[in-house]
Design a protein around this ligand. Structure first.
Ligand code: 5GP
Ligand code: MG
Length: 175
């Protein structure tokens, strides 16, 4: 395992991200919507760094064709959304932007609920993987196309607890 972003680097990058978010919304109330489970660390950090009126929500996305081989489109489990986002500024928070498919599918579903705006923030963006025209509005770090774990990101339920981002080397993904 190779450390890509240590604790200090993460802290600095997330502080920069939070500052961009703070300036963008300029004190207007914001609803942070975290995509479970990978985003929980980033979400918790943003909540602590954003000194402004905040609501915090969590969503879980699942493939519509669950149980079949094809992953199918992602649908939001709307039961999880506790508050009305109509008329609110929404910032969708996710761990990692790779192909972009996840946010590409989730943003329009939130948009249907009538928020004032939906923007997106991610901890990591992988270079060279993008397949959609959408880009996240706020990005803490750009990384190369390697498999990463830590800070909420797992591999088979492991490594979410790491306080840093590490690259999992091919021999480590064997088991
Ligand atoms: P996208 O839809 O943008 O291709 O993929 C985003 C999602 O794929 C992330 O939220 C994350 O759940 C998963 N993912 C993509 N790359 C990695 C990676 O390197 N490590 C881990 N743990 N998850 C990843
Ligand atoms: Mg995810």
């Amino acid at each position: 395992m190779k450390v890509l972003l240590n604790e200090e680097q993460l802290r600095a990058g997330i502080a920069r991200l939070a500052e961009q978010v703070r300036q963008h919304y300029a004190g207007r109330p914001l609803t942070l919507v975290g995509v479970m489970v990978g985003s929980i660390m980033l979400l918790a950090d943003l909540v602590r760094l954003l000194d402004m009126p905040l609501r915090v929500e969590l969503i879980q996305s699942r493939g519509a064709n669950k149980g079949t081989k094809r992953p199918g489109p992602l649908v939001i489990d709307l039961e999880l959304l506790m508050s009305d986002i109509r008329g609110r500024s929404v910032l969708l928070v996710d761990d990692l932007f790779a192909t972009g498919q996840t946010l590409w599918e989730l943003v329009p579903q939130l948009d249907e609920l009538g928020p004032a705006s939906v923007r997106t923030a991610v901890l990591l963006r992988k270079q060279g993987r993008q397949q959609v025209s959408l880009q996240p509005d706020f990005v803490a770090f750009d990384i190369s196309d390697v498999f990463v774990v830590g800070y909420g990101l797992d591999y088979n339920d492991r490594y979410r607890n790491l306080p840093y981002i590490a690259e999992l080397e091919p021999q480590e993904t064997g088991g």
